[in-house]
Design a protein around this ligand. Sequence first.
Ligand SMILES: C[S@@+](CC[C@H](N)C(=O)[O-])C[C@H]1O[C@@H](n2cnc3c(N)ncnc32)[C@H](O)[C@@H]1O
Length: 208
Amino acid sequence: MDINLETFINQVEPHKIQSAHPPCDFKNRHVWESKLLYSVVNKLFSSCSLIDLGCGGQQTMKYSLFNRFPDSKYYGIDPTLNNMKDFSSLVKKVDCCVAGSVFTHLDFSNIKKILNTLKPMFDRGGEFGFTFFLGTEELHYGPNWYKDSNTWHVATTTVNQYEEYCENHGLKFKLLPFDHTNHTIHLKDKPGDNRFVATQNFANISKE
Ligand SMILES: C[S@@+](CC[C@H](N)C(=O)[O-])C[C@H]1O[C@@H](n2cnc3c(N)ncnc32)[C@H](O)[C@@H]1O
């Protein structure tokens, strides 16, 4: 799709479904979900298929997708939906995958497992768009944030980590030229300043 981000954001009205996860207000959610979809813009077309990994119970991204592409296919995957087992078979048939506010809660060993699982999609030319908290080092605050996985309230990861993984796996990492400030998170276990201004960065991974 040949379209700039601003036009893409304004292409459709916000779906106005209230999300339990930040960004919660419908205007900010619309912009954030639009940015996340735009992170795989090269793979979006009328009948495209997309996995929303870590979609959350409400799967609000599906409305952002269907409002633009009513004939597309949406697959929401999340531990809380008990359907993580479907992820590895779905990656063999979709055009793209997004993960919004998921790597912001995972350590890099967990992230690598997800990237490994996406290999069949990358091999078929598919793309992956995601958000993360860009740090100068990998840091974790607030353990066991979600049940059944090794998760954190806040996890930062670095560009070097993604670049190194991609170099070793014949993939290309792109830090996208836009970000999104959601809200201020209060960290209970961060020494000194206990506030974390949650600016998410967006990135794309595809085959080299
Ligand atoms: C902050 S919520 C984001 C929800 C949604 N993507 C949104 O639009 O806001 C993080 C989600 O990641 C899910 N999650 C936790 N560990 C995960 C993992 N290893 N793989 C995929 N999703 C995971 C959680 O269950 C939760 O629904």
